[in-house]
Design a protein around this ligand. Structure first.
Ligand code: C5P
Length: 423
């Protein structure tokens, strides 16, 4: 069984039943299988096992309180709901199942369960009479109709002198069911990037001149955001590092908003490792040497001379990583002339695996212009300088096709890297 969950991140929600003691063993088994485990405990669970015990076994803090200010500031319930590859509820008590079925969000566990879009697996555990009760039957049917996966319960000796179904599935059976979740996602074709981490940069950067002025460009973030959306739809965990844009964050991605190129680089470095990194941001090549602390004034001595210095090249630095380089690094080349020739040279210079070249000139022929517009006409250039030109299409369609291209190339590059388990 070792390694079957290599790099997979499991958010384990421990409910308040006596079977919670078995969840401690479950943590160990999930980790033995290569998984990373983060725990949330309900108030009831803490009557049976301590957050400290779960944290010691998981090697990570246990979260218990929706209104804990430090936790909300540090990670927050929405990130808890997203920064994983699946959610396991074990034990899922009758009460917790009822609250899930109702869509209640009255504690941290149920709030995370309502906010998550990840696959959910529940391991019910309760007294046989409660399991057989029509209310529990209804709740189970509702949860199954909502797409929640179920493992167990087993029949056998219970805490009470009662027999029948209601005993929580054994930890190894739960581990196998978690593995099944991923196999199912991968085999269905709907989630070819399940368990993968895709990093996308998007938008412009703003380089301050003084507290009120900045250097920017016309990038809208539409293409980068569309790529993040397409990757999330393909089942990936997506980190979207975006400069200032006026479009909304796509659902289901982890947005890291930044302003400057240096902030973007720091956010990219912090988000690695990734299986695929796509650099669609229009990063300002230069910033001012000095960011004036006070507003520059017209003082009669003529316009100020703005000395510029070069920004770090994020794409080039990630492409050149000696260790932990994403297996697939994709850059963009926005050009106004000699598009393909300049893009080929840029791909070689930057060291990325693939470059997406587009003509951003007013004469590109793309309706509405590429920069800030809704459509794009791109050429794909690979490491062998092979060029594939796609017809003009919506940026969403470019994104879908690019993600499909990346999936094919990642497959060819040799299977799972385990980077889906990044921090
Ligand atoms: O050099 P140029 O800006 O034309 O290169 C474009 C590609 O490089 C894009 O993929 C862009 O996101 C990336 N880039 C970067 N960091 C920079 C400049 C560009 O990641 N400082």
């Amino acid at each position: 069984m070792t390694g079957v969950l290599q790099g997979r991140r499991v958010l384990l929600i421990i409910g308040g039943g006596i079977a919670a003691y078995k969840s401690l063993d479950l943590i160990r088994r999930l980790r033995d299988a290569g998984g990373q485990v983060r725990c949330v405990m309900t108030a009831g669970a803490q009557e049976f096992v301590t957050p400290l015990a779960a944290a010691a076994l998981a090697g990570e803090k246990t979260y218990t309180d929706l209104f804990d200010r430090a936790d909300e500031a540090a990670i927050g319930h929405i990130r808890l709901a997203r920064d994983a590859d699946c959610v396991v509820v074990a034990p899922a008590t009758a009460n917790l199942m009822g609250r899930m079925a109702q869509g209640l969000a009255d504690d941290l566990a149920t709030t995370v369960l309502l906010a998550t879009r990840l696959p959910i697996l529940i391991a019910p555990a309760m007294n046989p009479a409660m399991w057989a009760h029509p209310a529990t039957r209804r709740n189970l049917a509702t949860l199954e109709a909502d797409g929640v996966h179920v493992v167990g319960p087993d029949s056998g000796p219970m805490a009470e002198p009662e027999t029948g179904a209601g005993r929580m599935a054994e930890p190894m059976a739960i581990v196998a069911a978690v593995q099944g979740l991923f196999a199912q996602a991968g085999a269905s074709g709907d989630a070819p990037l399940a368990g993968r981490h895709v990093l996308v940069t998007s938008g412009p950067t703003h380089e301050p001149i003084d507290p009120v002025r900045y250097i920017a460009n016309r990038s809208s973030g539409r293409q980068g955001h569309a790529i993040a959306t397409a990757a999330a739809r393909a089942g990936a965990r997506v980190t979207l590092v975006s400069g200032p844009v006026s479009i909304p964050a796509p659902p289901g991605v982890d947005l890291v908003p930044v302003e400057t190129a240096r902030e973007m680089k720091a956010a990219v470095d912090a988000a690695l490792p990734a299986d695929i990194a796509i650099f669609a941001a229009a990063v300002a090549d230069w910033r001012t040497q000095q960011d004036a602390a006070r507003k520059l004034k017209k003082d009669g001595s003529g316009p100020p001379a703005l000395a510029l210095v070069e920004n770090p090249d994020i794409l080039a630095s990630v492409s050149a990583m000696a260790q932990g380089r994403p297996p697939l690094v994709v850059g963009f080349a926005a050009e106004t002339h000699d598009v393909v020739a300049l893009a080929k040279a840029k791909r070689a210079r930057k060291g990325c695996d693939l470059i997406v070249a587009n003509d951003v000139s007013a004469g590109s022929g793309v309706a509405g212009g590429v920069m800030g517009g809704a459509r794009n006409a791109v050429h794909l250039i690979d490491a062998g300088d092979a060029v594939t030109s796609w017809p003009e299409m919506d940026k969403d369609a470019v994104a879908e096709r690019l993600v499909a291209e990346c999936i094919a190339r990642l497959g060819a590059a040799g299977g799972q890297t385990g980077n889906g388990g990044g921090a």
